[in-house]
Design a protein around this ligand. Sequence first.
Ligand code: SF4
Length: 359
Amino acid sequence: MVGPVSPPAQPLRPALSSLDPAQLGAWLAERGQAPYRVRQLKRHLAQGHAFEEMPDIPAALRTALAEEFRPHSLSLLREVSTDAALTTKRLYGLAGGYTVEAVIMRYQRRSTLCISSQVGCPIGCPFCATGQGPFGRNLAAHEIVDQAVDAARELAGEGRRLSHVVFMGMGEPLANYGAVLESVREIANPAGLGISPRRITVSTSGLIPRIEQLGQEGLPVTLAISLHAARDELRDVLVPINRKYPVAELVAAAQAFAASTGRRVSYEWVLLAGVNDTGRDAEELGRLLDHRHSHVNLIPFNPVDGTEYREPAPRDVRRFAEQVRARGLNVTVRDTRGRAGDAACGQLRARVLAETTAS
Ligand code: SF4
């Protein structure tokens, strides 16, 4: 179990955001409140409002709510801004003393939130800060949604709108399938944040049965595969779940998802100097993927303490991108946002945990 960063002095009140409409309706009915209050309260919660920011809710009801609940499930423990304040990384405390990170990235025409779905990650990729730590627990759906609510509120204060959500923070989203799916539906709910599923990306290290299940949900999210290697021998090391779900079967499942949903699949490739950035890797990747349904995202590695992996030189990133492009694939080199702010997933949390343990 991951230890608490700052354990609360007394147990936290439950989050009102954890109640589904039926539960909230029942709580309100017991207090003689009309059913339309559910809609009102849910709208306030989706806007990240505190109880005192709900003027259309009677004061006595707000007091009763505050005695029993806190509005949302997250408490902000640390915030780091980088890239001239275009990137904000936030560390949140959760019930039970657990912590997770979320990252807001602001661009000219969109604002993207990278969201966490688990405390730690059971996959254990050796180049990943999150994978180095112990696994804590799955997040509940409302704890995932509350990350988006908090980001949307922050952005609204800047005159921006949260436009995209990517499940690429801490955790393997498809290992927490039910909560992730529920949170995607809630984030897409037009009565709440209203972000189109097409602007929501769910990533996975390769849980094939869950990819197949996701393809049947009728939810047009973008699927991102954390690929990082195109041959089993290397991927067995970089993404250990590959020993259970080999790369050729994974890509077949991803292509079936693309065919059934009409959505192109994104393949993520963290470039590790001298490990997976060679001409051989580019050639294997070109052979593995169907160029019609694939997009390759190259992500130059952001060094993580305690790992042996290194960041490739910019010229090697360009060379690898060209080699992959020459094999007919669409390739983007992702910008390396937040380098100064522990940007790789799990780094801020790892630093705060280290500081806390040392003090
Ligand atoms: S890279 Fe992703 S799947 Fe791998 S350990 Fe990190 S969070 Fe988990």
